[in-house]
Write a protein that binds this ligand. Structure first.
Ligand SMILES: [Cu+2]
Length: 169
């Protein structure tokens, strides 16, 4: 008798535990951007001498089943950080433009690169050199955040890329 009551209580506890776990997992799926979005190969450019602005590049992979919509970025090393793109204007000149949002489709990848999408960093508040690390935080439409750790690289580290982000051409 006592033994079977114990078994029932034990089973109920297991059930409660399972329900509690499911609730926690459900909440995490809603609040945790790390679970669905991966940032890879993140780096920040050392500014061109005499410039205080720079840019960060990385790729974003959405492993989730829903689109991720990024609306903002924060970077402690800059006074202001924005989601930017490079676009040709009416006269064919390449110009940077602030983007309201970046959409990373479910299962898809968004790649930032010189001459294309980038995180614009205005007025760096510290000197950065190759080998340093810099952190960024991406914020999505639901207010979820993803921390991104970036390497610092100089323009002169990769000779195959001669595009200067700050020039319009
Ligand atoms: Cu820009």
């Amino acid at each position: 008798m006592a033994a079977s009551v114990k078994v029932i209580v034990y089973r109920m506890m297991l059930l409660f535990t399972a329900v509690a776990c499911a609730a926690v997992l459900g909440a995490r799926a809603d609040t945790d951007l790390q679970q669905v979005l991966q940032a890879n190969d993140a780096y920040v450019r050392v500014p061109v001498p005499g410039q205080k602005n720079s840019a960060a590049y990385f790729s974003l992979h959405n492993t989730g089943s829903e689109d991720v919509i990024l609306v903002a970025v924060e970077a402690p090393l800059a006074d202001r950080a924005e989601l930017h793109s490079h676009q040709h204007d009416d006269t064919g000149i390449m110009r940077m433009r602030r983007e309201d949002q970046w959409i990373i489709p479910a299962g898809g990848t968004l790649t930032l690169q010189p001459g294309g999408l980038h995180v614009m960093l205005f007025d760096l508040n510290r000197t950065i050199r190759t080998g340093d690390r810099a952190s960024l935080e991406l914020i999505d439409k639901q207010g979820r955040r993803l921390a991104v750790e970036a390497d610092v690289r100089s323009l002169f580290d990769d000779n195959h890329d001669h595009h200067d982000h700050n020039h319009h051409h």
